[in-house]
Structures are given as C-alpha cells and as structure tokens.
Design a protein around this ligand. Structure first.
Ligand code: AMP
Length: 212
C-alpha cells in the first residue's frame, strides 16, 4: 500500500498515520519529522531548514526532493509507505512521479483530509508535543496528566515553535496557495479520495480496509 496523506497543517495526517501503522507494517514518512530531527541534531540540512520552518514557509523544493529520493529507497519502504507532508507543491509532486516511475512502483491512493481553517487554528494553538518521544497532547482535549510532563516517557511536553497563531495562519495560506492545487492534480490522476478530517482518527484506516 502506497499512500499520500494530503491536508492542511493540523488536519491530523500524523494521527491517522499512527492508527494505520498500528495495523499495517508500512513506513510512515513525515518530512516535517525528518526536518525537525535534523534541526535538533544541528545538521547542515537542519540549519538550512530552520528559518523556513519557524516562519511557516516551505523549505525549497530541491532540498526536499533530494531528501525524499534518499528516503524512498530505504528498506522499510519495501512493504509500502504513507507520505505525510510530501509532496507540498506541484514541483514536488512531479518529482515524486518521476521517482516512483524510476523505482517501478505506483501510488494506490491520495487521501485528502478536509478541514476548516478555524478548526485548524484552534487545534494547533492548543497542541503540545513531547520533546523526547513525540507523543501529541492537546490542552483542551487531551492534556498530559502532569502539566509539561509526558505521560508515556516523562519527557518535557512543549509547544512547537511554529504552533503559534501567526505562524499557523502563514502555514495555512502556504497550504492554500501551494499545496491545495495538488488536490486537482491527483483528482485528474484518478487516485484522490476525500475524507472529513474531523470524522475520526481511523478514517484513513477504513479507506485502506475498504480498498483491500
Ligand atoms: P509539518 O510538520 O508537516 O507541518 O512541517 C513543518 C514544516 O516543515 C513546514 O511548515 C515546512 O517549513 C517544512 N516542510 C515539511 N514538509 C515540507 C515539504 N514537503 N516541502 C517544503 N517544506 C516542508
């Protein structure tokens, strides 16, 4: 199974991917997670990406495309993968088509998680994340038992630098301008499936099970 999870920041792409992962052994590839790990480790890629990320802008296409070329040939992708946060521009989508053709594989579906901007703003301003294990919390719906401490690993629970309202609104406008055109791109390719992003954490899993 090879999927793309498409959707605005905060649509729940990572959460849906975790539910799928608990059942199917396919790689979950989040470009945001890869970039954040590079920022944390202080790599050249991390240093390059950091400024774009904190302001909510996209990291340049060629950087992301090279990063994904290397990632898609790793052994854990053999059984399939879910791409979360990639592609984010038409240029990236065209590059992905080329990469897949070279590997002799094809996408099964592109799932578009549909969500209202104001729901995103409310979700993301209240989102918190464990610095150590990545567990996601929400100050309204799912707070950690002890404020600032992860229930799972005891790590520090923080707010992502780009989860403030100004940056969230920038990320949303970047999404509408540069990423939303991919919906049409994949509709034309005949592989787009749209779902309501507020319908439940297992919407993507249900689609996979329906497709068999
Ligand atoms: P995310 O965790 O997917 O919301 O990504 C966080 C940030 O990483 C984005 O706001 C971008 O700055 C950067 N980023 C992640 N994926 C991409 C991509 N495919 N193209 C360009 N920038 C990206």
């Amino acid at each position: 199974m090879r999927l793309i999870l498409l959707g605005a920041p905060g649509a729940g792409k990572g959460t849906q991917a975790d539910v799928v992962k608990s059942k199917y052994n396919i790689a979950h590839i989040s470009t945001g997670d890869i970039l954040r790990a590079n920022v944390k480790q202080g790599t050249e890629l991390g240093k390059l990406a950091q400024g774009y990320m904190t302001s909510g802008k996209l990291v340049p296409d060629d950087v992301i495309i090279n990063m994904m070329k290397a990632r898609l040939v790793e052994p854990d992708c053999k059984e399939g993968f879910m791409l979360d946060g990639f592609p984010r521009t038409i240029t990236q989508a065209e590059a992905l088509d080329k990469m897949l053709a070279e590997l002799g594989i094809a996408l099964d579906a592109v799932v578009s998680l549909e969500i209202d901007d104001e729901v995103v703003v409310s979700r993301l301003t209240s989102r918190r994340v464990c610095k150590q294990c990545g567990e996601i919390y929400n100050t309204i719906g799912k707070p950690s038992r002890v404020d600032g401490v992860c229930d799972k690993c005891g790590g520090e629970v923080i707010q992502r630098a780009d989860d403030n309202e100004g940056t969230i609104r920038n990320r949303l406008s970047v999404f509408h301008e540069q990423t939303a055109p991919l919906i049409e791109y994949y509709k034309k390719a005949g592989i787009l499936v749209s779902v309501d992003a507020t319908a439940g954490k297992d919407s993507v899993l249900k689609i996979i099970e329906r497709q068999g």
